[in-house]
Ligand binder design. Structure first.
Ligand code: COI
Length: 356
């Protein structure tokens, strides 16, 4: 395995004093990981250096054609003072699946997990320990060729930064209100919807902004062809519980294959619940809501964790879910998932990776 060169900061920053006010993505630690790719040389010069601005040519291709991918995972402070990562191998495998779609040279997944481990250890004092807080890890790769022309890059930069965070949504574990989007679409089959790349999020901004102005936390996307089948929510995968059965949209290439999503499916099944991955239409959800059979709905994601949905607005229809309160399955799932992630309950799935 390549050796990672380490240059420590001589000017450590002051850490946020109040962990209850971290919010999400507001603070960054003292160091970052960098590694270059140059055609003919491959990935080389892995290093951990003081966190700071990156110099970029104004013609850098990522700025013009969006050739970039990213990931999101977290490090958790366990009760005994240890540090845990949650399924980092899955994140790095997904990074390579995004790389493949965006014509970005694949990375060595094991090495990337090792880079995360070393970076987290160097900045371990930044891992918050208040209830519900963690260290968000953001690996990303972008094209740096100075060339105004559309083709896969020959020069790229792989970067990992760290951010101490609290809840992504200000609502925390309180149910969010979601707007079912009918005009804009996020992705179509054959496109880049399954890849974790900025373009998907750029495509979502307009709808998100309009939903926000209307008082909704997020947008629920429908499929890009029939505008009928449910895809995902802006920053999370989505689950519905109808007549006691848990249903989540099947992966068909247009939505993200969430690591929290796959973990939720396994946890729920281990508790004896029926979980089905299939096409689910917004009409089916609305009908179930009307007939009192829509028991619960929730979103899942690294940033969002488990986020109960208390209300869905679809055109003129407002669907109240479980009286706008978190339901028992969502609560139990949250407790189990976060219990495993923070090392508070035994990890019978073998998902957590000890950093120390
Ligand atoms: C994550 O859940 O890690 C994400 O990347 C979502 C992001 C928009 C914060």
């Amino acid at each position: 395995m390549k050796e990672i060169r380490i240059e420590r900061t001589k000017a450590p920053k002051t850490k946020p004093a109040d962990q209850s006010k971290l919010g999400f993505g507001n603070y960054y630690t003292d160091h970052m990981f960098l590694m270059n790719y140059d055609k003919g040389q491959g990935w080389h010069d892995p290093r951990i250096v003081p966190y700071g601005p990156i110099e970029l040519d104004p013609a850098a291709m990522c700025l013009h054609y969006g050739q970039e991918v990213f990931e999101g995972l977290k490090a958790y402070r366990s009760p005994g003072g240890g540090i845990l990562l949650f399924r980092p191998d899955k994140n790095m495998a997904r990074l390579n699946s995004s790389n493949e779609r965006l014509c970005i040279p694949l990375i060595d997944e094991e090495f990337a997990v090792e880079a995360i481990r070393q970076l987290v250890l160097i900045d371990e004092d930044w891992i918050p320990n208040a209830e519900g807080t963690s260290l968000y890890i953001r690996p990303f790769i972008f094209a740096v060729d100075a060339h105004v022309g559309v083709h896969p890059a020959n020069h790229l930069l792989f970067c990992i930064i760290l951010s101490p965070v609290g809840a992504y949504y200000p609502e925390g574990l309180n149910p969010v209100k979601i707007y079912v989007e009918q005009s804009y679409v996020r992705a179509v089959k054959g496109g880049i919807g399954f890849a974790k790349t900025g373009g998907n999020y750029a495509a979502s901004l307009k709808a998100q902004d309009e939903a926000d102005k209307a008082g909704y936390t997020q947008v629920l996307w429908l499929d890009g062809v029939e505008r009928k089948y449910i895809e995902e929510v802006g920053t999370m995968n989505v689950f519905f519980i109808i007549d006691g059965e848990v249903i989540t949209p099947v992966l068909q290439g247009s939505i993200l294959s969430g690591i929290t999503r796959m973990s939720c499916i396994d946890i729920l099944r281990s508790k004896g619940m029926k979980v089905t991955q299939r096409l689910i239409s917004i009409d089916e959800v609305a009908k179930a809501a009307e007939e009192g059979r829509l028991n619960e709905a929730f979103g899942s994601g690294t940033a969002a964790v488990i986020s109960p949905i208390g209300q869905l607005k679809w055109g003129d229809k407002i669907m109240e879910i479980n009286g706008g309160k978190i339901g028992p399955v969502s609560q139990e799932l949250y407790d189990t998932l976060t219990g495993i992630q923070w090392g508070k309950i035994p990890d019978k799935f073998g998902w957590t990776v000890k950093v120390k």
